[in-house]
Design a protein around this ligand. Sequence first.
Ligand code: NDP
Length: 388
Amino acid sequence: MTARRTVTILGATGSVGGSTLDLIARNRERFDVLALTANDDVDGLAEAARRVGARRAVIANAARLGPLRERLAGSGVETAAGRDAVLAAAAEGADWTMAAIVGVAGLAPTMTALETGGTVALANKEALVSAGGIMIEAAQRSGATLLPVDSEHNAIFQCFDRARPETVRRIILTASGGPFRSLSIEEMRHVTPRQAVAHPNWSMGAKISVDSATLMNKGLELIEAFHLFPLPAAGFEIVIHPQSVVHSLVEYRDGSVLAQLGAPDMRVPIAYALAWPERMETPCERLDLVRTGSLAFEAPDEARFPALAIARAALEAGGAKPAILNAANEIAVAAFLDGRIAFLDIASIAADTLHRCDPPAPSTLEDVLETDRLARAAAAEIMGRYET
Ligand code: NDP
């Protein structure tokens, strides 16, 4: 990498945001940080802004502007607050933007970054699940480069021959299986939020950790992959791979299968996106195949993990269904983390909400946000039947 680049991180205080900051802090001479954003965490935001010398720190929760100003007094970092300030940061035209806000809350800022152009590194899968076609079209219109950061999609991106997409026959997404891979349904009835967020291989935010435990994460990734790579829905398969070493695979028509491997550390795919089309050094653990010994693969059990089939059905139905699935899942995961519903209720609430809601296919960002509101209201009502 030669030329200095301007970067903005949407969701800088989260797990992906932290990994991105770590890489930037190690390479300060290559990057100018225009803006860092967060929702509530003024301490994390102020510390990050000082560490990388950000020009501006933006807090979405307007009530937190005072504390943010206090933490950054004398630092020279500008401060701003509110959702419009987050959108303004996304619209500033950074060369490279990390979209790492969790949930559909990240949709409008990610769309804004895509509409502005430049390179958008996408971690915020819920945005693409809810508004896939609309986001891809926005990127095409502005000429933005969309680079997937989710480890599976980043792996596929590295293996997929974009010049000859017709030569690809199948994409295989790997899934660790999460912390409850070997539990019976009976055992899963009683798992706690604390157990669900303790992922065996990856260190991640609470929401995606629960999604990994239900395997809804893999369902969302299936929909994400469908929007990123030109294959029919039936061309995507899911395989359980407990070690999280093979991050995904692409099969070509001649039977060749290309895979990307590496230690389970998000700094690897983030570094790929940060340096693209070049490569940069990372401090990540190197893959030691001999120490790894053997790699295991198994078929997913859709009876114990119904979220997979629910997500596939939403993908095949298309229209508003993926946005409804995402909204219901966000509501249900938040309720589970709050201790209001049981673990197995998450998939049931998603399925019931999909069954209940049937709005027209969204064609604009506002349509998607309206679908999201409608599905959240329906899911909240349905949840009343499950709450303990
Ligand atoms: P975290 O929960 O750790 O961080 C979320 C970030 O979003 C925080 O900076 C948070 O701010 C901010 N945020 C939350 N709500 C809002 C809001 N309403 N408005 C503005 N900002 C908000 O999430 P992760 O880093 O784990 O995940 C981020 C995204 O990346 C998710 O979509 C996830 O699916 C995806 N992803 C994550 C991976 C991982 O390893 N963690 C791997 C692959 C994909 P604050 O801290 O102030 O609350």
